[in-house]
Every structure is written in C-alpha cells, then in structure tokens.
Design a protein around this ligand. Structure first.
Ligand code: IMP
Ligand code: MG
Length: 174
C-alpha cells in the first residue's frame, strides 16, 4: 500500500527516555544477582540493544519469538516460535518489548512465564498504545504513551521494513 512517513519521536527524544529508564532499572535491580532480559523478536531488538548497554547491573540476554493468530476470537492465541534458552526459575526476569498494543501478546507471555516461577517478572516497553487495549498488562517501565497510530522505526516494522529507522515514525496510508 502506498504510504508516507512522518516523524513522531526523534532519535534524541528516544535516547533521553531510554537513559532515564535505564537509571530506574539499575536502581530497581541494584541487589540482583543477574537480570534476565527477554527480548521479544523481532521488534524489541533495537530497544534492547540500546537499553542493555546502559545497564550496570549484571545482565543475561535471551530472546523469544511469538506469533499471534485467530485475532478477534478470545483476543487471539499466542504461539511460541522460539523458546527461551535460559531457565528462569528463581531469577529476576525483565521482558523488553517494542510496543504494547492490544496487550494480548504480553498478557499471555506473562502468564506463561509466571508458571516457571521466576523470582520476579517485570515488563519494559518503549511504546504503549492504551487506546487499543483488550487484555490487561501491567507495564513497569514505558518510554512513551502514544495515540492510536501505526508506527514504525526503532525496531518496529511495516511489512518488515523500517525497523532500522533511528526514530519512530507514523505510517500514513493514502
Ligand atoms: P499486542 O497487540 O499488544 O499483542 O502487540 C503485538 C505486537 O504487534 C507488538 O509487539 C508489535 O510488534 C506489533 N505492533 C502493534 N502495534 C504496532 C505498530 O503501531 N507498529 C508496528 N508494530 C506494531
Ligand atoms: Mg513486538
């Protein structure tokens, strides 16, 4: 579909927020043995790369890939395409996400991971689109709350393109 992009959040604004979040996360986990950061592929890759490099607490990186299907029925099913490599039982776990939209993905992943009995389980997302929420998600750290617009960049895609944009842009369909 033909479209244009307009800037929503600049590279500088993102960098400032990521830094502020990193300070809070460092403080929160200052007594932790290690925090397992779980990046949800592929959208969280850029945020995870920037955020993790600002963390001074011991960090372990792991990744999970999911796909949702059957949207509209029971809020959609979430299927795991790539499991974690780490055992999270008794560990501090922080899920890192690009954007919480309907909330279905994180609602289900959080329930799934809680069954493994981590010491703690928190959620950090760059963006939050509360207008579209269907399932409850408690967000522990968020970069920005945004309006109901389709956005790309800083990890997020439209038809797999634009993930490498250094800023967050709105896709305008014409
Ligand atoms: P959910 O609706 O909260 O389950 O969000 C699932 C996933 O949809 C997010 O993690 C993103 O990868 C993707 N997504 C939701 N809104 C947008 C958007 O505006 N742009 C790009 N991807 C999005
Ligand atoms: Mg995502």
């Amino acid at each position: 579909m033909s479209h244009t992009l307009t800037m929503m959040i600049s590279q500088e604004e993102i960098a400032q927020r990521v830094q502020a979040i990193a300070i809070e996360i460092n403080e929160h986990y200052k007594n932790s043995e290690a925090v397992i950061l779980i990046g949800l592929l592929r959208g969280s890759a850029i945020f995870l790369a920037d955020l993790s490099r600002l963390l001074t607490v011991p960090v372990i990186l792991d990744f999970m890939a999911t796909s949702s299907y059957g949207k509209g029925t029971d809020g959609g099913e979430v299927k795991i395409l790539k499991e974690l490599d780490e055992e999270i039982h008794g560990k501090d776990v922080l899920i890192v996400e690009d954007i919480v939209d309907t909330g279905n993905t994180l609602n289900k992943i959080k329930k799934m991971l809680l069954l493994r009995d981590p010491k703690s389980l928190a959620i950090c997302t760059l963006l939050n689109k509360p207008a579209r929420r269907q399932a409850e998600v408690v967000i522990d750290w968020q970069g920005f709350s945004i309006e109901d617009k389709f956005v790309v960049g800083y990890g997020m895609d439209y038809a797999q393109l634009y993930r490498n944009l250094p800023y967050v842009g709105i896709v305008n369909f014409d």
